[in-house]
Design a protein around this ligand. Structure first.
Ligand code: HEM
Length: 78
């Protein structure tokens, strides 16, 4: 699987490039098709970053990721 750096992920914030990516537990999901992530924003959260620690604030579980494709892994120290 392709490994991406935090810098590469950050460009997929729904503002700088058309793709909207979110990292969760080391995996990067492409949520570009979601109306709920339009322009990279989801409630007070922004795409293009690792949102693992933020899921606890959500009214839903990680099952919301099930219908999205994993497009790569997040490099641990970049
Ligand atoms: C204030 C925090 C948040 C609120 C109020 C919120 C609210 C919602 C609601 C109402 C939905 C649609 C209903 C559902 O599937 O349960 C949803 C879907 C989703 N949420 Fe959140 N969420 C929050 C935080 C987060 C965080 C931190 C993440 C990522 C770690 C996230 C990822 C997603 C994803 C991927 C979906 C599916 C979108 C789709 O199916 O199109 N959410 N969220």
């Amino acid at each position: 699987m392709t490994e991406f750096t935090k810098t590469q992920l950050a460009l997929r914030n729904g503002q700088d490039k058309p793709e909207v990516w979110v990292a969760y537990r080391g995996l990067i999901y492409d949520v570009s098709a979601s109306k709920m992530w339009r322009n990279g924003k989801h409630y007070e959260h922004w795409a293009g970053q690792d949102l693992t620690d933020e899921l606890k604030d959500a009214p839903h579980t990680e099952r919301v990721f099930e219908k999205f494709q994993v497009i790569g892994t997040l490099h641990v120290s970049s």
